[in-house]
Design a protein around this ligand. Structure first.
Ligand code: NCD
Length: 324
């Protein structure tokens, strides 16, 4: 049984891309598309989650993801609580289960969780009360499904025919939950060719099972790519010996304008943020005409609204509240 779906097959939690199916991913992207104009209106509110309580529980720092989850929940009229982990009981030794039970005692409806351990979001979803929805905002190096969905949304805006695309993901694949979720989403959408470009030390052990073409030479890997996704070196997840020097890394794997010229002339350049200029990406590429990095941030609000609306609003609200 897929823990993300309820007994009627509706989306109940979002923990990972795997197991969602193509139609569900397209439904999320289509819903986000219908919500996008709202983010540009003077009054940016819908009543879909009015009276609901959303808790952002972040055990790792995250400027973009937390703020866009918060904005998404507020635009759907939810009450939002942000639990700042540095000052929370986690530092005082409270277990995840006790934290969950306390939040349930406050009658929260949705938990957005980021945690350094892979599997933390599944743990919360498995143990939460049946009416609580859990959204994974990044767990260890396992998954970051809303990031992958907003990336698919951004790609679709520019290049709607996934079957015709060559997508190259460059950088620290080994430690990246973003890359893992992107690969799963790109596969579901039937992407023509998925490439990863990285030194051997930054490739995950199970790379052969991920259905991607591996390149250790960036110049070969970028050739004729339609989408170039750059990733940060996740130094916080590396052991000392694996740590490459920044300048050396840029020389071998940095996306510079010279290298970008090897890709398709209308290729788009993406990055989930935070960017490290002069390490994985040159400033003139990050700020250049092919960059859609800031569009990804804007799209993140609509995509997170869509996920919240589909898990908590829509079908489930109608089923729970007679007369609505
Ligand atoms: C990513 C993350 O936290 O996994 N960032 C994000 O959510 N925007 C990638 C990263 O930290 O490099």
């Amino acid at each position: 049984m897929n823990p993300q779906l309820d007994k009627d097959g509706n989306l109940r939690h979002l923990l990972e891309i795997e197991g969602l199916g193509r139609d569900r991913v397209v439904q999320i992207l289509d819903t986000a598309e219908s919500l996008l104009p709202l983010t540009e209106r003077a009054v940016k509110k819908l009543p879909l989650l009015r009276g609901r309580t959303v808790v952002n529980l972040f055990y790792e720092p995250s400027p973009r993801t937390r703020m866009t989850f918060e904005l998404a929940a507020k635009r759907l009229s939810a009450d939002v609580l942000n639990l700042d982990v540095d000052h929370s009981s986690a530092r005082k030794g409270e277990s995840l289960l006790d934290t969950l039970r306390n939040l349930e005692a406050m009658h929260m409806d949705m938990l957005v969780i980021r945690h350094p351990d892979s599997g933390a979001a599944h743990f919360f979803a498995t143990h939460a009360d049946p009416q609580v929805t859990v959204l994974n905002a990044g767990d260890g190096s396992h998954a970051h499904p809303t990031q992958a969905l907003l990336d698919m949304f951004t790609i679709r805006q520019h290049k709607p025919d996934f079957a015709a695309l060559t997508v190259a993901i460059v950088g620290d694949i080994a430690h990246s939950r973003v890359a893992r979720s992107q690969i799963a989403a790109l596969r579901l959408l039937g992407t023509g060719e998925i490439r990863v470009i990285a030194p051997h030390t930054l490739l995950p052990a199970d790379i052969d099972r991920l259905g991607v073409k591996v390149f250790t030479d960036i110049d070969h890997g970028l050739r004729d790519a339609d989408v170039v996704i750059t990733l940060r070196l996740q130094r916080e997840r590396m052991q000392g010996a694996d740590l490459p020097g920044s300048q050396e890394y840029f020389r071998h794997y940095g996306v510079s304008s010279e290298r970008l010229a090897l890709a398709s002339p209308d290729a788009i350049v993406m990055h989930p943020g935070p960017i490290n200029r002069g390490v994985e990406i040159a400033s003139d590429v990050a700020d250049g005409p092919q960059s859609v990095i800031l569009q990804q941030v804007t799209n993140g609000i609509a995509v997170r609204m869509a996920v919240m609306a589909l898990t908590m609003g829509g079908e489930r609200t109608a089923a729970q509240e007679p007369g609505t």
